[in-house]
Design a protein. Structure first.
Length: 390
């Protein structure tokens, strides 16, 4: 398709080949008809020689543009059109059947000359129309007939040009769509990488950080008891070793994206185990209550809830200075609700939304359709409420 903003046309659209092919067919078809109708006449060699010459002239100037890196200029297209027009006018001398060639020639003006095609098409229609009439308009009726032919030719050529433009725009749109798909795929890949990094960061936080809190707590207790109570120090040290050993297993599971083995017995059993370990590590009592029969959740939701419980307990150990914790697992209305309440210092939720741990809890539960809310005030303790729909 021609470039509307330059004298040089880009490599022609493949759809243009059909119009060139139509021109060649409408040169060959009348010649075949006339040869079959009167095969004995000696005029046919000259006629066929001219038909072949027109096709070679046109193809030699036009078809090379379909090779990569070669463009066709307006002047080259005009030269091809002028020679073809002269050849068709000469073919009229062999018979009126070559009137058919007009319908292959007119579209060439629009295909080859782009924005100049309208003018060239009208000129070609006028010239070949006059040539067909022997350059004799034969009065007003002939003028109107020729004018009608010109108008019809221009209309047909304009339609050809419009179809070609639409084809080019469609192709450009498809290319843009393909490019957009590539960009979207790349964006999705980057987003997936980022999401995986965030997931691994949250996993590490939920395992390494929480378990290290327990280890550090026991080691600090060991340090305090060394000078006064050797047996108690040994007990704390044993708990530290056990916590570190458990932590190693949890870290390996997180690295390999494996669900904690404790979930094999369900959310309640996994929560009991996590609470017992945390209570031993911190020395804080935890009251665990289960209300009703908790809904059976999918593995992702149970895993997110368990990690959220562990994070809530770790926050109590780090910040709350609490003396007791109450954990409630309840079910109803197609959802599971877990509450972790402490009697510690509390904080102003209007000024602080919590740190990375709470953000990780929200992200994890949001990924499974769950929510996290916090009810706290300075001096009134903190309650973390986690809900997941079945």
């Amino acid at each position: 398709m021609s470039n509307e903003s330059s004298v040089e046309r880009d490599v022609l659209d493949q759809a243009d080949l059909a119009w060139h092919g139509l021109f060649y067919v409408l040169l060959l078809f009348p010649a075949v008809l006339m040869t079959v109708a009167d095969p004995a006449t000696d005029r046919w060699p000259a006629m066929w020689g001219l038909v072949v010459a027109i096709m070679v002239w046109h193809a030699g100037l036009v078809l090379p543009v379909y090779r990569p890196g070669i463009d066709v200029s307006v002047w080259r297209g005009l030269l091809a059109l002028t020679g073809s027009c002269a050849g068709v006018l000469t073919l009229y001398g062999f018979g009126e059947a070559f009137v058919l060639s007009i319908y292959g020639l007119i579209p060439q003006a629009f295909v080859l000359l782009g924005r100049w095609g309208m003018v060239a098409g009208a000129a070609v229609a006028g010239v070949i129309g006059l040539g067909y009439r022997g350059y004799d308009l034969d009065g007003p009726s002939g003028v109107f007939e020729l004018a009608g032919a010109v108008i019809l030719s221009v209309a047909i050529g304009g339609f050809v040009h419009l179809v070609a433009r639409q084809g080019l725009r469609r192709r450009e749109a498809l290319q843009a769509l393909a490019a957009a798909r590539v960009e979207l795929d790349e964006a999705a890949r980057r987003e997936g990488v980022l999401a995986e990094r965030q997931r691994l960061a949250g996993e590490m936080h939920d395992t390494v950080a929480q378990l290290m809190v327990g280890v550090v707590t026991q080691l600090e207790a060991t340090q305090r008891a060394l000078a006064t109570d050797g047996e108690r120090a040994q007990a704390h040290l044993a708990r530290s070793v056990a916590a570190a050993r458990d932590g190693l297993g949890e870290i390996r599971a997180a690295v390999h994206a494996i669900r904690p083995d404790a979930l094999g017995g369900g959310l309640v059993a996994a929560t009991r185990l996590a609470v017992r370990r945390w209570s031993i590590d911190t020395g804080l009592p935890v009251e665990l209550r289960v209300l009703g029969e908790p809904e059976v959740l999918d593995a992702d939701a149970e895993h997110a809830l368990l990690r959220a419980v562990q994070e809530a307990l770790a926050n109590v150990a780090r910040h709350a200075r609490a003396s007791a914790v109450r954990l409630t697992i309840g079910a109803g209305a197609g959802r599971v609700t877990v509450r972790v309440a402490d009697d510690g210092l509390g904080f102003d939720t209007a000024r602080s939304a919590g740190g990375y741990g709470l953000a990780t809890m929200r992200d994890r539960l949001a990924a499974t359709g769950g929510t996290v809310s916090i009810d706290s005030a300075p001096g009134s303790g903190t309650t973390v409420i986690m809900q997941v729909q079945r």
